[in-house]
Write a protein that binds this ligand. Structure first.
Ligand code: UDP
Length: 240
């Protein structure tokens, strides 16, 4: 095995990462590029679990604002994350990376149901595991799913791949030119400084379970591999 910083990772991809230039929906070419990057990491011998979001298709909160019942709108969102999971599985398999999709809401014809021990076994056997349908419960996010699954499978870090953002900044870098990026933070810093890294449920779950995070820009190709190899990119949130 190559000299890597993390042997088991949980990669969190936002739904938007799959939509490419279009900004919505699933762009197969973009998904294919992401799969190629994941393959590079896979070839290092790293165990990879992935939580994929659904914001490129639907967000429950937005649906609720338009008059839908919130829980129902969230179920639509969870099904969206599963569509993304299946698209990613397709791209990874076209790169000869063995994968399994496990969903928190059963849909046996297209994916396995989520079973923690099975997920760990797949990882040990060298399969990339993609978790679909979030936590299976409304009112949660896929960031919270990432924190939960990372804790369950004992991932050494959550790699939070961001679209066009290099890491965690003191302020919104698109609005404030004086905003500076943090290289290292602790979970307590995030709360004390009021930084927005994840939603608060995901943030406290990560803190309470001592989960390391790396927030980095997905738009620079090769970045997932750089993080795994321990290069100093993005912002690392470590346990103090
Ligand atoms: N969702 C949910 N429970 C979960 C995870 C996700 O209800 O455990 C729903 C929620 O409606 C959310 C949508 O799925 O808006 C898509 O997930 P998210 O917004 O986290 O996607 P991302 O922003 O990462 O693309």
């Amino acid at each position: 095995m190559a000299d890597v910083k993390y042997k088991r990772i949980l990669l969190k991809l936002s739904g938007e990462a799959l939509s490419g230039e279009r900004g919505y929906g699933i762009d197969p070419e973009t998904v294919n590029n992401i799969a190629a990057e994941i393959k590079e990491v896979y070839e290092l011998g790293v165990e990879i679990a992935i939580v994929v979001g659904g914001g490129n298709l639907w967000r429950g909160e937005a649906g609720a604002k338009l008059g839908m019942e919130r829980a129902q709108a969230d179920y639509v969102g969870m099904l969206g994350t599963t569509m993304n999971a299946l698209a990613l599985q397709d791209a990874l398999e076209s790169h000869d990376v063995p994968t399994r999709v496990q969903t928190a809401i059963e849909m046996r014809q297209v994916a396995e149901p989520y079973v923690r021990r099975k997920a760990v076994r797949h990882l040990e056997k060298g399969r990339v595991v993609i978790f679909g349908a979030g936590t299976g419960s409304p009112y949660f996010s896929t960031d919270t799913t990432a924190a939960l699954r990372a804790a369950e499978i004992n991932a050494e870090a959550i790699l939070m791949a961001k679209n066009g953002v290099d890491g965690v900044y003191s302020d919104d870098p698109r609005k404030n030119p004086d905003a500076t990026m943090f290289e290292k933070l602790t979970h307590k810093d995030i709360i004390a400084k009021g930084l927005k890294v994840m939603d608060s449920t995901a943030s406290t779950l990560s803190m309470d379970n001592d989960i390391n995070l790396v927030i980095f820009n997905m738009n620079t190709s090769g970045n997932i591999k750089r993080v795994v190899l321990g290069e100093n990119i993005g912002t690392t949130v470590e346990v103090d």
